[in-house]
Design a protein around this ligand. Sequence first.
Ligand code: GDG
Length: 465
Amino acid sequence: MGRLVVVSNRIADPRQTAAGGLAVALAEVLNSTGGMWFGWSGKIVDATESDDVVFKRAGPVTLATVDLSQVDHDAFYLGYSNGVLWPVFHYRLDLADFDAGYITGYRRVNQLFARKLLPLLRPDDILWVHDYHLIPLAAELRALGCRQRIGFFLHIPLPPPLMLAAIPGHDWLIRALFAYDLVGFQSKADLDHFARYVETEAHAQPVDDGRWRAFGRTVQAGAFPIGIDVQEFNELARAPEAVEMYERMRMEYSRRKLLVGVDRLDYSKGLPQRMRAFREFLTKNPDLRSSATLIQIASPSRENVGAYTEILHELESLCGSINGNFGELDWMPVRYIHRTVARARLPGLYRASRVALVTPLRDGMNLVAKEFLAAQNEEDPGVLVLSRFAGAAEQLREALLVNPYDTEGTAAAILLALQMPLEERRNRHRALMETIRRYDVHWWCDGFLVALERTMAEEKGTSWL
Ligand code: GDG
């Protein structure tokens, strides 16, 4: 296989532990394969400053980054990526802001990436582009003459055709996917939405075995559910920081059962719905009340996007009212932490918790669900309460699956999880561990790259946009 070139909006030093699903997974991948990681530096600069690529060596990986101007950042990142694609792909048309200027900025930054990346490529490189920020990147690269094999992986859900069709320029966006050789989704449901979209909107036909033909091009599409590095996570769980965290939690909560939630503070994660379900549980089970505490870590995210400020206030108000109404002098039902917790401590927190509440309204996969399972003590494991609307629910059938919009149903699942007998907890955990071990991050990466190499070489041409 040629050199691997990974492209994503944000990049991280793969030798350091990063927070965030995509950065963690890609760092794992590149650490084992080596190669180049190209993306935005995270810096916003004056439009007049030089826009040269900056290189940095990080172990076996070359990091190559470009800066963005304020105008480009606002339209590309805040505007189109997080003001249009993120909400619509998470089924929140009501939160989308279809400002016409955003798409121009989105295209401009994808063109900038293509222009800066192309001269760095070698003929036998394999390119792997990640996520919704960069959907048109292959089309822009092809327009400049790029012939290398290019794969694309969407980390977030793909909504059903009629929802996608609400995006002005949706056909342009989906057509751009056909400039890739392989397009990967998190779940079978997402793949099915893609298939239905191209059939109904682009009158495409399935060619054979996951290949689709439309716009005069052929693309291979498949479901490649992302996993975690179970072994690495086990090691993290045995390291001193995690052990210390575990012991502190066990001591502090020796007479109580812990429930845990770890999420970026994002409206897709269903945090207010989760709090309402917990409040319902407290209301319905007065005798169990002070025997459980919910620790909710909501790490700050995209704070300069309006919808995120609203969700922050809603969550703070709910936590405050639950604690105000149910708290005792020596017990608070909710511990809400609006900060990022060090990654090294997370396994200790997961392990000390009897229940994890992973209840997004919509999620591409959700890695927290898998991390929680990997951190458990097999002899006395905790219970995963998982939203049926997380991509992970397609795989993790032995979790307690809930509908997060159903407050009473979720409250009932919380009770069931807290009271689940040891034998049942062990059986469920064993089955779930088998799944996350088999479908780990290496399986995901190898599976995608092998499928990409096997795609039939097709003359992609340059007349793309
Ligand atoms: C996107 C998709 C898909 C969270 N809070 C803290 C922290 N985290 C870490 C978790 C986990 C990661 O961030 C979150 O990953 P998720 O998968 O749960 O969610 P997204 O960030 O939305 O990721 C998602 C993923 O991409 C991968 O494809 O699964 O569906 O939305 O690793 O542990 N880490 C630290 N402190 C925190 O406070 N250190």
